[in-house]
Ligand binder design. Structure first.
Ligand code: GLC
Length: 654
């Protein structure tokens, strides 16, 4: 939409004040500004129309965008162009990611740059580096309490090291994902320090109150995020005698995006990351970025407008950078992060499929996929061009965030069911093979999430202690089945470092004062490279598991139907232990089945009629065998904790 006043203003700013040349990349910047101006204006005014500084801050926002767009280096500009030509480059089946803590993985960013061949050997080509910017050593929430958004923490190396790493990753065709911790800063960030000293300008960067009246009113409706380690949502700051909003830990101060100066300051940090060469920017905790009295202060419409605004600004400055919204919220809420209404597909390009992840853990514990089958439909209809990060484990806890109604519809008692899951994974059920722990237990609501590594939750820790070979094999099968589900269901699979080597829980965090209050550290291992090098020893546990991951990644990259073109069709397998879906393109049909039970089971060939119609031959990619479709009264047999990825051989039409 063309608005004379707005376009004239932007044009003047770009061509006059900034003397942007209307040639080459200058012209591209100009065009992108013009294309996104109306949306930026509308979204900005939707949030700040009544703010006294709205005009000044709007001008600053535009100026910041021009400055960063002009400063973007030519290599990245060329990469943006390539990505735009490909169109939705991130939907590809050829991307496989891994999240890792640089220091725990290999010490430093410099060392990481030396280890890129490890990822190449595995097949991983997207790295999510857990926060690397400055954060206070013992009060960092794993780096999610940032004290300087532009300076790499010396624990990990230097800005130069990061730049070198990015360049070598790029030369190998690898993608980089970093976080922007958008919702809060560390209490040691310059803005917070100034606010603490009484600077009124910076006090308005946060939610600060002189007495408990508003904090008490807010807390009436705000759920607690870390009820055990950081109860409540406000922290008293004695130096200025004020209460500041701290939704997460008391050292993480929530930014007040109701103030447009905060928007401008944080957008500068977004663009700074973009110009480092980030391919996917993970927006931390976006559900929380807008607060309103009397609400849960999560998933508010303004939070979505803010993200849509961010998206349009990024379209101008760094059009090749995709956005991942780290909203770990209920299924009906998560879909909104892809954008709605006229901004559908204009918000986050990625969201985490936390619902699916949690449902997998549900099915694994109960050996029953009925709840999963019902609840997954809620996370199906997303706009074309958007996709998921799929995962079985990450650095955070597993929240059982799906609605009770699905549990009831599947025929279970919701309270008892959740209690069983907590006991099964949390260590209170003797017969459970899993070793994990409850995280964030809230005695008031009885809510709890789960900590533990993939391997330990799948029984490996217990099996190794018992030296039970059968049990060990079953745990490995479980891990691979869980991962395969994540790999084939649609979206970019994100492994968590250490899982490719089946690391079990690491309890060393208990002796570290900066970590002992947070049991999520049990599943954030310190890599022992002697162990990892055992992958080269034939027959070792490490070799077995690493090779299986390599094969899994190979399967994903070979199967074009796994690219996320919204081509997921869930199947009713007629078997409560087996989840199944089809991934289909005009050229390829894949049937995927996953047995969540320890015993062998079967599904009727009737379900795969299409295979017979096409000539009866299927290729099982995982097991590398040809399979011939059976008759309707026969069954495709799936071993305990096994899975099949069956391609129907379609006639070539020659
Ligand atoms: C995100 C991070 C989590 C962190 C929280 C607060 O959810 O994944 O680790 O504790 O944000 O920053």
């Amino acid at each position: 939409m063309y608005t004379h006043h707005l376009h004239h203003f932007i044009s003047e700013r770009l061509l006059g004040y900034h003397a942007l040349p209307l040639t080459g990349s200058g012209l591209n910047i100009y065009n992108r500004f013009m294309a996104n101006a109306a949306a930026i204006d509308e979204l900005y005014n939707g949030l700040y129309a009544h703010h006294p500084n709205k005009e000044k801050c709007f001008e600053q926002l535009i100026d910041t965008m021009v400055a960063f767009a002009k400063a973007r280096n030519q290599r990245l500009v060329a990469k943006d162009e390539q990505k735009l030509t490909k169109g939705n480059w991130y939907l590809s089946n050829e991307i496989v990611g891994m999240s890792l803590y640089v220091d725990r993985f290999c010490g430093s960013i410099k060392n990481l740059a030396q280890r890129l061949d490890y990822f190449e050997e595995l097949g991983v080509n997207l790295l999510h580096l857990m926060p690397v910017f400055e954060s206070p050593e013992n009060e960092s929430d794993g780096g999610y309490a940032v004290s300087d958004f532009r300076n790499v923490d010396k624990r990990f190396g230097t800005n130069k090291d990061l730049d070198t790493l990015q360049t070598s990753m790029e030369s190998k065709g690898m993608y980089l994902m970093l976080d922007i911790v958008f919702n809060h800063t560390s209490e040691r960030h310059e803005w917070a320090r100034k606010a603490r000293q009484g600077d009124a300008h910076y006090q308005q960067f946060f939610y600060m109150y002189s007495d408990r009246e508003l904090p008490d009113a807010f807390e009436k409706t705000m759920p607690e995020i870390f009820p055990e380690s950081a109860p409540g949502s406000f922290t008293y700051v004695p130096e200025c005698n004020k209460w500041v909003m701290t939704v997460f830990h008391n050292y993480q101060w929530d930014l007040n995006f109701g103030n447009p100066a905060v928007l401008v300051a944080m957008m500068e940090n977004v663009f700074y990351s973009a110009n480092l060469g980030v391919d996917i920017l993970r927006i931390d905790a976006p559900a929380f970025i807008w607060k309103q009295l009397g609400t849960s202060c999560q998933n508010l419409p303004q939070a979505h407008q803010l993200l849509q605004l961010l998206k349009h600004c990024v379209n101008v400055v760094a059009p090749g950078m995709a956005l991942l919204g780290e909203a770990i919220v209920a299924p009906q809420e998560i879909m909104k992060y892809f954008g709605t209404g006229k901004y559908a597909e204009q918000e986050c390009d990625f969201a985490y499929n936390a619902t699916l992840m949690a449902l997998q853990w549900d099915a694994l514990a109960t050996k029953d996929v009925r709840i999963l089958k019902k609840a997954v439909l809620e996370v199906l209809p997303k706009p074309y061009g958007t996709t998921w990060i799929t995962y079985t484990r990450c650095h955070d806890d597993i929240g059982l965030g799906y609605d009770d109604k699905y549990i009831t519809e599947a025929g279970f008692n919701a309270f008892e069911h959740r209690k069983f899951l907590k006991n099964y994974y949390g260590g209170d059920y003797v017969a459970s093979p899993a070793i994990g722990a409850l995280f964030g237990y809230n005695p008031k609501t009885q809510d709890a999430r789960i900590s533990g590594s993939l391997a330990s939750l799948c029984g490996l820790e217990k099996a190794l202690a018992l030296k039970d070979k059968i049990f060990i094999k079953a745990s490995l099968n479980k891990m691979m089945m869980m991962q395969a589900f994540t790999f084939f269901v649609g979206g970019v699979p994100m492994l968590f470092y250490g899982d490719e080597m089946a690391y079990t829980n690491d309890y060393s965090y208990q002796a570290d004062a900066g970590k002992s209050y947070d049991n999520r550290w049990m599943h954030r291992p310190v890599i022992n490279w002697e162990k990892n090098d055992r992958r080269k020893i034939k027959g070792s546990l490490e070799e077995q598991i690493f090779t299986q991951y390599q094969h899994l990644i190979y399967c994903r990259k070979s199967l074009a139907a796994l690219a996320d073109i919204n081509n997921l069709e869930w199947l009713d397998t007629g078997n409560n232990h087996v989840a199944g879906f089809i991934r289909r393109t005009a050229k390829q049909v894949l049937y995927c089945f996953f047995n969540f039970d320890e015993d062998e089971t079967g599904i009727s060939w009737q379900l795969l009629k299409e295979a017979r119609n096409e000539g009866g031959d299927l290729y099982d990619y995982w097991n590398k065998i040809k399979v011939t479709a059976g008759a309707d009264d026969e069954h495709l047999i799936i071993r305990g904790y096994g899975f099949n990825v069956l391609e129907i051989t379609l006639p070539t039409g020659d």
